[in-house]
Write a protein that binds this ligand. Structure first.
Ligand SMILES: [Zn+2]
Ligand SMILES: [Zn+2]
Length: 339
C-alpha cells in the first residue's frame, strides 16, 4: 500500500517524530492533498503544547498548506484531481447550520474543525481536508513563498479590510514580525496611511521598504501619544503577543477607531476612557474562511505582496518550530515538503 510521511507531535510538549503511515483514503466530503509546502505558525503551539483541552495525539500540526489534490472522496463537488489548493486554520463548515446560512461559516455550529489542531494538518507529504475548507491557489504563486499567506496573510488582510478604515485613513500596524511585515504591505496596498509601530529602530528601514509611510519606535516614547499626535488611528492592527504592549497602544485610537486584536495575548486591560470619549472599540478577528483565502491570494498576486521566509525541509520540523518560537525568524518559517 502507498505510504505517506509526517512529522507528528506524539503528546503534549513532546518532540516531533517522523512517522510513515498508509496513505489515507478521503472520506465523504474530503479531498486528499499532496503537500508542497506548509508554513510554521505560532498557533502551532496550540497542538505542540496541548493548549486546549480534549486534543487527541499523535497529531500532525500545520495550517498554512499548499499542494495539489490527488484524490477525491465521495460527494465532493466542484474540485478535480490536480487542482492547486490551500488550507488554513479554518477546517471546514457544514453549510446548513444557522451561522453557515448567515454567512458566518467560521463559527459553524456543527463542525469545529481546526486544521492541524482537531484534524491532521500539513507537516506531512499528504493530508485530508474537508472540501469546504479548501481554497484555490493561483498557479502563478510559488507554494513555498506563498504558504504563509494562508494564515499570517489572510489574518492581516482580512482584519484590515474589515477594520472600518477607508483609503487615506491612518492605520497602525503594531508589531513588525511574521504578521506585521505582511500587514504593512496589505495596509499600504489597501490605500491606508500606514504607520508601523515596533520596539527600537532596527526594523524601521524594512517597514518603510514594505510600504509604511511612518514609523513609531514604541520604546522611544508613548506610542499612544505618538499616534494621537498624528491625529489618532482609525484602526490599530495589533499583531504583538504581549498584552502590556497591546494595552500601551490602545490609547492611540482616534474617533470611531477600532483596535483589531489578532495576536493572542490572554487577558487585556483597556482604559474605558480611551474608548467611550471617542466611541472607540476593541474587536477580535478570526482569520477567515476559504473564500477569504482566495481573496487574500489574488490580492497578493495582483499587488506583488510576499512573505519573507526561512525555509526548512519537512524532516527538520523540530528545528523549524524552535526557530519560529524563538521569535528571531525573519519573518515566517516554511517547511518545504515536495518540489
Ligand atoms: Zn497560524
Ligand atoms: Zn455550519
Amino acid at each position: 500500500m502507498a505510504k505517506m510521511r509526517a512529522m507528528v507531535v506524539p503528546k503534549p510538549h513532546g518532540h516531533f517524530r517522523m512517522v510513515e503511515r498508509d496513505l489515507p483514503e478521503p472520506d465523504r466530503h474530503e479531498v486528499r492533498i499532496r503537500v508542497h509546502a506548509c508554513g510554521v505558525c505560532h498557533s502551532d503551539s496550540v497542538t505542540v503544547q496541548g493548549l486546549v483541552p480534549g486534543l487527541s495525539y499523535p497529531r500532525i500540526p500545520g495550517h498554512e498548506v499548499i499542494g495539489v489534490i490527488d484524490a477525491l472522496g465521495p460527494d465532493v463537488d466542484g474540485w478535480n484531481v490536480g487542482a492547486r489548493v490551500g488550507v488554513g486554520w479554518f477546517g471546514g463548515s457544514c453549510g446548513y447550520c444557522g451561522h453557515c446560512r448567515r454567512g458566518d461559516a467560521f463559527a459553524c455550529e456543527n463542525m469545529h474543525a481546526i486544521t492541524g489542531v482537531t484534524r491532521d494538518g500539513g507537516y506531512a507529504t499528504h493530508m485530508l481536508a474537508l472540501a469546504s475548507a479548501v481554497a484555490q491557489v493561483p498557479l502563478a504563486l510559488d507554494p513555498i513563498e506563498s504558504a504563509p499567506l494562508l494564515c499570517a496573510g489572510i489574518t492581516t488582510f482580512n482584519a484590515l479590510r474589515n477594520c472600518g478604515a477607508k483609503p487615506g485613513d491612518l492605520v497602525a500596524i503594531h508589531g513588525v514580525g511574521g504578521l506585521g511585515h505582511l500587514g504593512i504591505q496589505f495596509a499600504a496596498r489597501q490605500g491606508f496611511r500606514t504607520v508601523a509601530v515596533n520596539r527600537g529602530r532596527d526594523k524601521e528601514a524594512l517597514a518603510r521598504s514594505l510600504g509604511a509611510h511612518d514609523y513609531i519606535d514604541s520604546e522611544a516614547g508613548d506610542p499612544a501619544q505618538a499616534l494621537q499626535a498624528m491625529g489618532g488611528a482609525k484602526a490599530i492592527i495589533a499583531t504583538v503577543t504581549c498584552a502590556e504592549a497591546m494595552q500601551a497602544i490602545a490609547g492611540g485610537l482616534g474617533v470611531n477607531g477600532t483596535l483589531m486584536v489578532i495576536g493572542a495575548v490572554g487577558a487585556l486591560v483597556v482604559n474605558s476612557l480611551d474608548l467611550l470619549g471617542k466611541r472607540a472599540s476593541v474587536r477580535g478577528w478570526y482569520s477567515g474562511v476559504a473564500a477569504d483565502q482566495e481573496d487574500t491570494l489574488r490580492f497578493s498576486q495582483l499587488n506583488a505582496i510576499a512573505s519573507m521566509n526561512e525555509i526548512f525541509p519537512l524532516e527538520e520540523a523540530q528545528a523549524a518550530y524552535d526557530r519560529m518560537m524563538s521569535g528571531k525568524a525573519r519573518f515566517r518559517v516554511v517547511l518545504k515538503v515536495a518540489a
